[in-house]
Design a protein around this ligand. Sequence first.
Ligand code: SF4
Length: 216
Amino acid sequence: MKKILDKSEIQKVIELLLELYPDAKAELNFTNPFELLIATILSAQCTDVRVNKTTDSLFKELKTPQDYIELGERELGKRIYSCGFYKNKSKNIVETCRILEEKYEGNVPDTIEELMKLPGVGRKTANVVASNAFGVPAIAVDTHVFRVSNRIGLANSKNVLDTEKDLMDNIDKNMWTKAHHLIIFHGRRICKARNPLCEECPIRPHCLYYKSGGKR
Ligand code: SF4
């Protein structure tokens, strides 16, 4: 049994996913890079639906990094409580806002390297913000991308960093960001964590997990 699909098969899988989810895009609501940064920090261990409910009112009240600094950790914590880990998240957000004010004149930096220096911003968050807010080609590997890519055979890795590398090696650079959204959409709708809906999945003829009888 193959460990990973050939490049041409991976291309075919991406085409099938494109047919299935022509409108795949970020499911977090935002209108500018700063809002996306805040929403992405909030989305750690939380659903996009829950984050969108929270930011719906939060973004009406708070517009700039200075607004978050003036509000302070404690009050921010009350507003983001339902997203979980609210103490850590509010601490990271306020600290991030301080850095944005002090180092970047209140703007969000546009490179993955600079973004990763902000508190609460790991590689996945940096990739999400850089690609969706600034058009930097990137494949953010979250729990869905990790699971679905390694099931199908788009990647063959035990960790998110190597999964990202496999995907970047095998998918055209101009498709990285789109592929990220396509794979997440598939993971949320069909290739679910516990019970993947293989019988209704158009990727089935290519999928190494399916071909192995679920043993991969
Ligand atoms: S065939 Fe099953 S395991 Fe493979 S991508 Fe589809 S749902 Fe996921």
